[in-house]
Design a binder for this molecule. Sequence first.
Ligand code: SF4
Length: 236
Amino acid sequence: MNISIKQMIETSLIDWEGKIVSTLYLPSCNFRCPYCYNCDLIMHPEKFPTISQRKIDDFLLERKEFIDGICMSGGEPTLYPDLPTYFKEIKDKGFLIKLDTNGSNPKLLENLLNFGLVDYIAMDIKSSLDFDNYSKAAGIKDKIVLEKVKDSIELIMNSKVDYEFRTTVVPLLHSNETIMEIARYIAGAKKYVLQNFSPLEKTLDPSFQKIKPYSAEKIQKLSEKAKKYVPNCCWR
Ligand code: SF4
């Protein structure tokens, strides 16, 4: 199976609200968000040794009593056609699965949903759903990718799975109106999370390290306004 886990947070209380999970990271991504802080993992995956599946399995099974499941993150996990097989093996061991995704592979998402292989989806919506804004925020060059993102939104909203949409709010990329446009687009969604941009040591575009994030008050106000369309809108 072509699934090479490159990083693992053994125990996380913050990646899935209310659950204790092990978070696994797959390398590479088809987006190039300028604020991405996982840039080494997406640009130089060869720098990271693969964690043996045996080690991951042993860890999970030894702690089965108190670990609810895994969170599969990245990079972009849906780049891997073997993801459904991998998830089936995890589920057969009795663990729940949360998937973090940029929504660019609705076909694989549909497969996961149809076969009950995912319990929670956190999908990023990088900007308002027009090509100019999306290409700036996600570094995509092809309009078809945006159509796939839209298909994923529709698929998730029409599914029975638990989910959240989330946007990392970055001053240079998102105005109040951008966030309202996203909220309008996903009106009626189960949950929308605004994540305040927090420049870390590294960002894919180094100039983004100098951007001053919006204040917490501003993000909070934005989330209050977005409740008009998605009542369960929150911020972190
Ligand atoms: S932030 Fe963007 S570039 Fe980075 S892993 Fe997520 S989708 Fe890919």
